[in-house]
Ligand binder design. Sequence first.
Ligand SMILES: [Zn+2]
Length: 379
Amino acid sequence: MVRGLVSTPSISCVDAAKDQGNSAVIELLADWLAGTGFQVDVMPLPGVVPKANLIATLGSGPGGLVLSGHTDTVPYDEGKWSHDPFSMTEADSRLYGLGTSDMKSFLALALEASRQLRAGDLKAPLILLATADEETSMAGARALVEHGQPQARHAIIGEPTGLRPIRMHKGILMESIHLQGHSGHSSDPSLGNSALEAMYTVIDTLLSWRSELQKNFRDPFFAVPVPTLNLGHIHGGDNPNRICAECVLHIDLRPLPGMDPQELRGDLRHRVLKCLRDTGIEVRFDALLEGVPAMETPAEAPIVKLVEQLTGHTAEAAAFATEAPYLGKLGMDVVVLGPGDIDQAHQPDEYLALDRLTPMIDILKQLVNTVCIKTEPLI
Ligand SMILES: [Zn+2]
């Protein structure tokens, strides 16, 4: 199944030319699930490229467990791979291929862990969830929230965590700030209005805001215990002898749990507009990434306690964002726990070590057994 998933390309990319959609992977999963007793629902997403979420449910009733993975991968570096990214290669006790670690393999392992189950065995439902567009817009996870599906009490997302549970991560939002002044001969400043000099004021405002945020918000649970704001890209002007008419800055903001991305975006825009008041500079904001909230599942949540017991590791914080906040909005306590390693994700020769497969399947079987079959002490 890992081989099948890796050989079915599903790159999601903000560049439409590289975006492949995920429907072939969804069809493959639906085929494998046919006849297993799972009820399979495909939730198509609006858009030009065919994309969908898949919700496969076994059993019914309150409580229950979601095992979730995203079906898309990031693009790959052409010419940098020593193995074919789209055909799984077994070598050095590893499985090489795009999506082995991040994170198609998890879907195969979740299927493997539940293939013997029958609906009659379960007191609480088991739901396998496969999502679209995690690597770009989180459109799949957003659609789930809009539809109010699936409903369950607990969830595991199999992102690459090296079999160690994660219960917290920061959020992300990315914003483009575009300033429009107007050009003129450099010899006379009154002939133009420099967008580049205006951006200097904007950057000063942003860095002061960052200091303020870092003073007001702090969580020692994270390796970087404060919210971050990175100035990642700037471009303005053309010639030294022309007043710069246009300048654009891209920033990345990583909020801590408790900080609302939409409020932050509002605050950011307000401050930028305020610092440019009466300058004659026009400002346009674009959300490069709408914003993924931070995730925080309480340390005492039953699913956290259970995976800590099963893995032998205390739940930690991750530096990357996931779909967990969206499943959280649907009422689930979420733990991120998967067989891959984040160090191998998003880079050439991505692999999954073979010795991660059986432990992951065992953990999933024990989770299903405790949550869906015994339903004690979790429900
Ligand atoms: Zn991932």
